[in-house]
Design a protein around this ligand. Sequence first.
Ligand SMILES: [Zn+2]
Length: 247
Amino acid sequence: MNINVETYDFTNQKIVSEFVKDFDLPTKCPHCNQTGIQQFVNGVLIEDNSKEKNLFFYGQLVKSFSIVTCCLSCKNYSTNIINYQNDSRNDSYYISLESTFPPFEEIENDPPQNIKDEYPNFYNIWKEATEAKNSGLHNLAGMGYRKSIEFLTTDYLLKNPIEGVTEDWITSPKTTLIQKINKLDKPRLVTLGKAIAYLGNDETHYTRIHEDYSMDDLISFIDLFISEIESDLKFTKAEKLIKRPKK
Ligand SMILES: [Zn+2]
């Protein structure tokens, strides 16, 4: 699309518009990480006439402008700093995205959306643990992952009531993580949950017991634990459809 960006001309003390042709708007939102339409809201040219601050690329002046976009998915606003260079020889532009505010978070193995929606407490702690791991803070990451599984297990038990297991027992501070894991209704979840708790305890306690397992094992067990719960969520959705009264 073509957009108008405005700049303040200090010499003549007025706002002037610059027309930028064939500009491709960003297509991904840094808030919700969804790909979709980012509506152009406004643009401002950041022009600095002091010579030493201007950028040159192959002898051509590179200007930068910032545009504000609104994500049509989550309705949040983002600012994008864009460099552009007007090639006067053939009236064309070279445009590149320099940065986005807020910045995109690079999250590896990000859990599926339905897990994030169903278990937000788990996701928030998991995300912090992953940030700690990516920053080299491995001790904090290990403790964080263990805590994230405690929340996931507890919320799972609350959402999937099991006979003889009361809400008071599930939420009691006296109930241990292992006790809760033992109540899970699927053998694979119990095995994985226990393995995560053992390795998580290693990350939390003074003496490491399972020397032959690493943080990578812990993370891959958590991934599996999540995908077990995710397939359950999908199955329940399918079941709901089958059981729905026919129209
Ligand atoms: Zn969005």
